[in-house]
Design a binder for this molecule. Structure first.
Ligand SMILES: Cc1cc2nc3c(=O)[nH]c(=O)nc-3n(C[C@H](O)[C@H](O)[C@H](O)COP(=O)(O)O)c2cc1C
Length: 130
């Protein structure tokens, strides 16, 4: 794992949490409890996940590598906590097999809630008659 010299302490904390509890790091490989039995039915798959420890959660790697995605179109949508997508998009590409990978949608979490709070606060201070 990268150390504090190269990693923001916040992300390092997340890495440690992920390593210990959620299997966020590439080194931890989670087994799938179930596979999508009839995956051949699906031509296009949207795959959504949060960034953990600057990458895609281990279970996403497991899901991608343990299904035959040949010929499918894969559309990622990714949320992060403010530090960007890290290596997650590369990880998806590496594990996508022979799928056609489209550019994903990326969103920092909490932006909607922050926007609502800011706009509400701003509106509260606007001097107009009601
Ligand atoms: C174990 C763990 C590791 C995380 N690592 C990162 C990270 O490296 N960079 C980042 O920007 N956000 C990180 N986050 C924040 C998540 O990406 C953020 O909470 C998520 O995208 C929002 O989706 P959620 O509402 O499902 O949590 C981490 C969250 C957890 C729980």
């Amino acid at each position: 794992m990268p150390t504090g010299d190269t990693l923001h302490p916040f992300i390092e904390l997340y890495c440690r949490l992920g390593e210990g509890l959620w299997g966020a790091l590439p080194s931890s490989r989670l087994a799938l409890q179930e596979r999508v039995a009839d995956i051949a039915r699906y031509q296009t798959m949207f795959i959504g996940f949060p960034v953990w420890g600057t990458t895609a959660p281990s279970i996403i790697r497991s899901f991608l590598s343990q299904h035959d995605l040949s010929g499918k179109t894969l559309v990622p949508f990714i949320t992060h906590g403010g530090y960007g997508t890290g290596s997650s998009q590369d990880v998806v590409a590496q594990h996508a097999g022979r799928a056609r990978l489209l550019d994903g949608f990326v969103k920092q979490c909490d932006q909607e809630r922050e926007t609502i709070a800011e706009v509400t606060q701003w509106l509260g201070g606007v001097q107009v008659s009601r």
